[in-house]
Design a binder for this molecule. Structure first.
Ligand code: F6R
Length: 244
């Protein structure tokens, strides 16, 4: 596991975007695994900028997102499809038909099957990851068992609390999501896990301060991956007690 400690969150995002752009330059038809949330949101402006500057071409790229809320239609302001369109896809030269975000409404079982098909079609070249306050990646929540493949996940109370900031009231936050499984994530060729903010300290301690893999902290499973880069800012590094 490679750990980079940056000056600040924008530097974290710039480095991550640079690494994603490099994957695309080396493989113009790369498949990107993408994430939503505040952390990933910081990365996308740098990719947009690089695309506009002609430094990276998305015309042959395809993408698949980690997750989508159950119960939110694609056009819902807080759906992850809408997030991706507004924060990235609408601003780069990607073909929308080459972007996969699981469908959160309708026949959920069928949507999970379709998402599994989409994942099986092509391996992910680089997967962008944030981390939940409880250590979730994608929406793989802590538990006695974790899932290999895409599935419906019941969101933890701490995840609902954390995501309530995007909704008018906490009651509006969906309680379930369709998520890639841990296996889907670990099958990506390269993982980029970014974290910022002191509320991620406990989860990040499990990732960086010991050698254990713990299903109660799903992010720790990335330790088994042969090509993972973790990027944190020095403020979070200090709070974790990570020596750099
Ligand atoms: C989002 C996702 C989640 C987030 C995590 C951190 O698609 O899968 O695992 O990456 O909840 O969210 P932020 O970055 O908002 O703290």
């Amino acid at each position: 596991m490679r750990v980079l400690v940056t000056e600040n969150f924008s530097q974290t995002c710039e480095i991550a975007a640079g690494m994603i752009a490099e994957v695309i330059r080396n493989k113009p038809d790369a498949r990107l695994g993408l994430a939503t949330g505040s952390t990933a949101q910081g990365v996308y402006p740098y990719l947009i900028q690089a695309n506009k500057a002609g430094e990276v071409d998305f015309s042959r790229v395809d993408t698949v997102n980690l997750d989508e809320y159950v119960g939110l239609a694609p056009e819902h302001p807080q759906s992850y499809r809408r997030f991706m369109n507004e924060n990235l896809f609408d601003h780069i030269n990607i073909k929308k038909e080459n972007t996969v975000v699981a469908e959160g409404v309708g026949d959920i079982e069928a949507n999970v099957r379709e998402f599994r098909f989409a994942l099986a079609r092509k391996p992910i070249d680089v997967q962008l990851l944030g981390i939940g306050v409880d250590g979730h990646v994608g929406f793989n929540e802590p538990g006695r068992v974790l899932y290999d493949a895409a599935h419906v996940e019941l969101l933890d109370e701490s995840t609902i609390d954390a995501n309530a900031r995007f909704f008018v009231t906490r009651d509006e936050v969906p309680t379930q999501a369709i998520s890639m499984g841990m296996g889907d994530i670990l099958r990506a060729k390269k993982l980029l896990l970014l974290a910022t903010g002191e509320n991620k300290t406990e989860a990040m301690k499990g990732l960086l301060l010991n050698e254990q893999i713990d299903s109660q902290n799903p992010a720790t499973l990335v330790k088994t991956h042969p090509d993972v880069t973790v990027i944190i800012d020095k403020r979070l590094a200090k709070s974790i007690g990570y020596a750099y």
